[in-house]
Design a protein around this ligand. Structure first.
Ligand code: PEP
Ligand code: MN
Length: 474
C-alpha cells in the first residue's frame, strides 16, 4: 500500500488499494458543493500541517476497551449534542457535560456491575447530514444549516465557508484540551459530593428507587474514600474519549496520518536491532468516528474512507438497512475481524425495533462476526416527531421503550447489548417531552436551544441511566 505521497508503509495490504483520498473517486452523499474551491484547497493544506488532535496511543487504548465491551465485560456510554456548536467551546458547557456523563456512568456501574467506557459526542461533532440542502424560513428558501464546520445557523451565514474547516480544528482542539485538563485536575474526583437533585421526581415509587441508588453510590464512594481505595484504584482519574460523525471527508482526510502503531513498539532482544514499528493510518480528528444512516452505502465514498482507518468505528443501522448490507459492511470495514473494531449503532424507533432488530442480530451472530461487534442502542434517532406546530421533539417514553425492547431482544437472542448512544446536554433544556418532570408540549418553548435534534436534559439523561441500571438489577 502507498500513502497519498506515494511512499510505502508497513501496514497490511488492503485490497483494492486504499489511500486517505481514495474516497474521492467514489459516488458520495451529503457532500458540500463549495463555491470557492481554491479556499477549500487552502484550508485543507493548513489542516494537513497541523498536529494530530488525538494520539494513536489513546485510540489504541479505546480499542482495547471496546474489545472488552464486545466480550460483554464492559458497557459503553456515548453521549453529547446532536450538533455541537463552536459556541459550546466554553468552560461551563464542557464541564456540565463531563459531569453528567460521569454521573450517568456511576449509575450504570451500580446497575450493570461492569466497567463503563465513556465517549463524548464532543470536540468535533460539527457536521450534520440534512434531508434537504434547502429549507423554508419565513416563507423564503435558504440553504439548510449543515453544522458549524460548513456554515452558520444565522441566516446571513448560510453560505458554505471553507475557513470553517480550520475553525473546527481549533474548536475541537480547545474543547479536548479543556476536557483533558479538567479530568487531570479532578473534575471527576468522586470524593466530592455530587448533586443528584431528585426534587423533580414526582412519582413516589420512582423517587424511592432513585434515592436508594443514590444512597448506595454515596455510601460506596464515602467508604472507598475512607479506606483510600479510590486513589489506588484510579477511580479519581477517568477516561473520556471523543467522537463525531465522519461526514465531511475533506476534513477527515486532512487529519488522517500514517503513524506508528503503538502496539508494534517491541523491545528488541539484546544485541538485536530495533524492529521497524508497523504503521497504520489513524484519523486523528477523534478517537471514535461513525458513519451516519444516510452515508453507509457500501460502494460509496464514506465506506471507502472508513475501511482504511485504524480507529474504532461506528455504523448507524436503521429501518433502511437491508440485512444483507450488514455483513457486506462488516466484511468491508473489518476484514480481519478485530473484536470491538465495529460498533453497530441501532436506531429503529420504538414501534419498529421489535420487527427489525432480531433479524439484524441473527445475521451478524450467525456469521463469522459472532461476538465480534459492539451492539449499541441509539434510542433517539428513530423516535423523532414533530408537534402540531412543527417543533421537532422526542418523547422520553419512546426513548426508554426502544431501549427496553433492545435490552430484552438481545437477552432473548443470546447477544450482548454493549452500550447506549444518546443525545444529551448538561443544561436544563426543554427539548424532549416527558420524564419525571413531566415536560409537555407547552414546556418546549421554555428553553429549546438545540439547532438540530432535541436532546435529553440532565434530569432526563440521569433518569434513563437509572432505568437501564434498574433493568440490570432486576
Ligand atoms: C445523528 O447521530 O445525529 C444522526 C444524524 O443520526 P443518524 O445518522 O442515525 O440519522
Ligand atoms: Mn441527531
Amino acid at each position: 500500500m502507498t500513502d497519498s505521497n506515494g511512499s510505502s508503509n508497513g501496514s497490511s495490504a488492503k485490497t483494492p488499494e486504499w489511500t486517505p483520498d481514495s474516497w474521492r473517486s467514489k459516488p458520495i452523499k451529503q457532500a458540500p458543493d463549495y463555491p470557492n474551491k481554491a479556499a477549500v484547497t487552502k484550508s485543507v493544506a493548513e489542516l494537513k500541517r497541523l498536529p494530530p488532535i488525538v494520539h494513536p496511543r489513546e485510540i489504541v487504548r479505546l480499542k482495547e476497551h471496546l474489545r472488552d465491551v464486545a466480550r460483554g465485560e464492559a458497557f459503553l456510554l456515548q453521549g453529547g449534542d446532536c450538533a455541537e456548536l463552536f459556541d459550546y467551546c466554553e468552560q461551563s458547557v464542557i464541564e456540565s457535560k463531563i459531569k453528567l456523563l460521569l454521573q450517568m456512568s456511576l449509575v450504570l456501574i451500580w446497575g450493570a456491575d461492569k466497567r463503563i467506557v465513556r465517549i463524548g459526542r464532543m470536540a468535533g461533532q460539527y457536521a450534520k447530514p440534512r434531508s434537504s440542502p434547502m429549507e423554508t424560513v419565513d416563507g423564503k428558501q435558504v440553504p439548510s444549516f449543515r453544522g458549524d464546520i460548513l456554515n452558520g445557523y444565522q441566516l446571513d451565514e448560510r453560505e458554505l465557508d471553507p475557513q470553517r474547516l480550520v475553525k473546527a480544528y481549533h474548536h475541537s482542539a480547545a474543547t479536548l484540551n479543556y476536557i483533558r485538563a479538567s479530568i487531570a485536575s479532578g473534575i471527576a474526583d468522586l470524593h466530592r459530593p455530587l448533586d443528584w437533585g431528585l426534587g423533580h421526581v414526582r412519582d413516589p415509587a420512582l423517587k424511592a428507587k432513585y434515592s436508594e441508588a443514590v444512597k448506595f453510590l454515596t455510601d460506596m464512594l464515602r467508604f472507598m474514600h475512607t479506606i483510600g481505595a479510590a486513589q489506588n484504584d484510579k477511580l479519581d482519574t477517568v477516561d473520556l474519549f471523543t467522537s463525531h460523525e465522519g461526514l465531511l471527508l475533506e476534513y477527515e482526510e486532512s487529519l488522517t496520518r500514517l503513524l506508528d502503531d503503538p502496539l508494534s513498539h517491541t523491545v528488541p532482544a539484546p544485541g538485536q536491532p530495533r524492529p521497524t514499528p508497523r504503521k497504520e493510518y489513524y484519523d486523528t480528528s477523534a478517537h471514535f468516528l461513525w458513519i451516519g444512516d444516510r452515508t453507509r452505502q457500501i460502494d460509496h465514498a464514506h465506506v471507502e474512507f472508513f475501511r482504511g482507518i485504524a480507529n474504532p468505528i461506528g455504523v448507524k443501522v436503521g429501518p433502511s438497512t437491508p440485512t444483507s448490507d450488514l455483513l457486506a459492511l462488516l466484511r468491508t470495514l473489518n476484514p480481519s475481524r478485530e473484536e470491538g473494531k465495529i460498533t453497530l449503532i441501532t436506531r429503529y424507533g420504538a414501534d419498529r425495533v421489535g420487527d427489525l432488530l432480531p433479524q439484524h442480530i441473527r445475521a451478524v451472530e450467525d456469521s463469522e462476526y459472532k461476538r465480534c461487534v459492539v451492539w449499541q442502542c441509539d434510542p433517539m434517532h428513530g423516535n423523532t416527531k414533530s408537534t402540531a406546530t412543527g417543533i421537532k421533539t422526542r418523547h422520553f417514553k419512546d426513548i426508554f421503550e426502544e431501549l427496553r425492547q433492545t435490552l430484552r431482544i438481545h437477552k432473548e437472542q443470546g447477544s450482548y447489548l454493549g452500550g447506549v448512544h444518546l443525545e444529551l446536554t448538561g443544561d436544563a433544556v426543554t427539548e424532549c417531552l416527558g420524564g419525571s418532570e413531566g415536560l409537555d408540549e407547552d414546556d418546549l418553548s421554555t428553553n429549546y436551544t438545540s439547532f438540530c435534534d432535541p436532546r435529553l436534559n440532565e434530569k432526563q439523561a440521569l433518569e434513563l441511566a437509572f432505568l437501564v441500571a434498574d433493568h440490570y438489577r432486576c
